[in-house]
Design a protein around this ligand. Sequence first.
Ligand SMILES: [Zn+2]
Length: 511
Amino acid sequence: LAQPVSAPPKLILCVIDAMAPAMLERAVAEGQAPVLAELIRRGHYVPDCVAAFPSVTPVCAASIVTGTGQERHRIPAMNWYHREEQRYVEYGSSFRAAQRFGIARQLTDTVYNMNRAHLAAETLTVFEALDDIQVRTAGTTYLMYRGRHRHEPQRDSTLTRLAATLVRHPVLGPRELFYADIFSSRPTGCRSGLGMPGVRDRHSGCVGAYLVEHDLFDFLLLSLPDNDWHSHKQGPEGQVQSLAHADEQLARLVQAGGGLDAFLEQHAMIVMADHSQALIAETIDLQPALAELEIAGPTASRLGAAAGSVARRARGEARIAVCPTQRAAMVYVLSEHRRSTLRSSVIRRTLPIDGVQLVMWLDLDAHGAPAEGVIARPSVGELRFCPEGEVRDARGLRWSVEGELGALDASLRDGRLHAPAFPDALARVWSALTCPTSGDVLLSAAPGYEFLDWGGQAHVGGGSHGSLHAEDSLGALVLCGLDGAPERAQWAIRDVAPLITQHFGLASGRR
Ligand SMILES: [Zn+2]
């Protein structure tokens, strides 16, 4: 068996949405994921790669492709309030939630605005960084696709026929872009079936195999999203089956590359989760608890076509916006002049809600700059923190910390913070709190709980994610064939983009 002497020339980043380490390990042990088993055997397996907070797909996807937290990429949640446009942004918590804001608006925000307007323009994606040095980039359907190559929508696809007025604009993506039925940089014979759950992995596998067979990329982002959908429905235990299906798609690429040995001589592999999932038993309804404070309604939009007199009146009276994002939530204070009073009211009302585990906010200094983050835990107390100080976290970052360590079930030993129940907590919470598009008060749910979305939906009896807790924050990461992937005490999803750019010779520290 000839081992490659240096890193293989091409690189595939495969994101298996919500891949839980325990479920991957079980699928491998049961022989249901032979390709993943072999990548783990030949490579390096990380069972605890930390997600972003909120640990939901849009935030994590942006962290994966930019290598930054949301303080730099600015995608704060699955559902958030756009202060400048005075309206909610909903990326698709559920079909019913999308209906509340309008399907057309949700599609436009997800397909176009997320990359074109919401994702910070000055923060490079891996596609942009690699396009700039003429690496041949490619991507299958993934929330984040921003690159340097222009793609026109397919005029004749089912989706563009159904929604011709919505999906008529070109986008900037990787050199080869295959996005649902909408963008397809060349004919492959692969069908996306409107991007429906259960069919999306097969579309990625089909496109991926075609690209491997025809040598059409140096870097490919291969997205396998169906595992998340399956796990939301069946609970995390159901992942063994959906990971087996994901593995079958990887096998198609391997086969197109001439079998595993030949394939791995040509391709380095990163296979990763964006976050994990936890079982849901109870829901939290924020609206009744905060209704007295006048919550902005879904149609209260200055720029939206639906902004009639009712909506304008609603906007005038609304003092807060409430944004559930699965196992996390954000509350925005909308009225400037009563900002601190209103924020205190939100904190006072959310702390006693059953299932709210952490309430977080940012205190500013006299000049309006971030001074101190506060993490409050009901009946435990408050932990206050800010960057630079005497305490080191598991990733070696320095923090100043005071107050109740019990808020994070944490302990301090020799100047090191141990908080295994809330991994990478300080950096993730700081990133969320200092993100300019985040809410003023952030909430994280206790294990077993999920916030009802704007459509009144949750995943009781199934799985979900979004919280700061280890349960939904620790995903699987497999590295195979990468030169010089450093050993780390704690991996985070934002470590992956620098590995990719370094693989193609870009210096680290660029992002
Ligand atoms: Zn999900």
